[in-house]
Design a protein around this ligand. Sequence first.
Ligand SMILES: Cc1cc2nc3c(=O)[nH]c(=O)nc-3n(C[C@H](O)[C@H](O)[C@H](O)COP(=O)(O)O)c2cc1C
Length: 87
Amino acid sequence: MTSVLKRTMAKYLHRGYRFALYDCGALTQSLYLAGTALDLDTCVVGGIYDDELSRFLGVNSVEEPAQLAFLVGPRSSGCDPEGNPAS
Ligand SMILES: Cc1cc2nc3c(=O)[nH]c(=O)nc-3n(C[C@H](O)[C@H](O)[C@H](O)COP(=O)(O)O)c2cc1C
């Protein structure tokens, strides 16, 4: 997940940076909800290698910084959706 800072800051000036982070939080919540609805396992990760991820995505890390990674995969058999061990 990246933020195109020029877009939000053109409209909201320095407050735009804050709003870009709010957007990441709102999008993260939507991804969690969608993943849960599709019975997938999901996890947000902020501990990313910024430069490597930006290179992988082909974005300029200053103009469009990577903010988060969001992992999606098949639901593991380890836990049920409430986190209880699977029987
Ligand atoms: C914005 C954000 C960033 C996160 N970054 C990391 C991270 O870099 N590494 C990590 O282990 N957990 C990170 N977490 C926590 C995990 O996403 C997850 O919530 C946590 O591992 C607990 O998962 P569980 O309730 O399924 O055990 C982050 C959570 C949030 C909300």
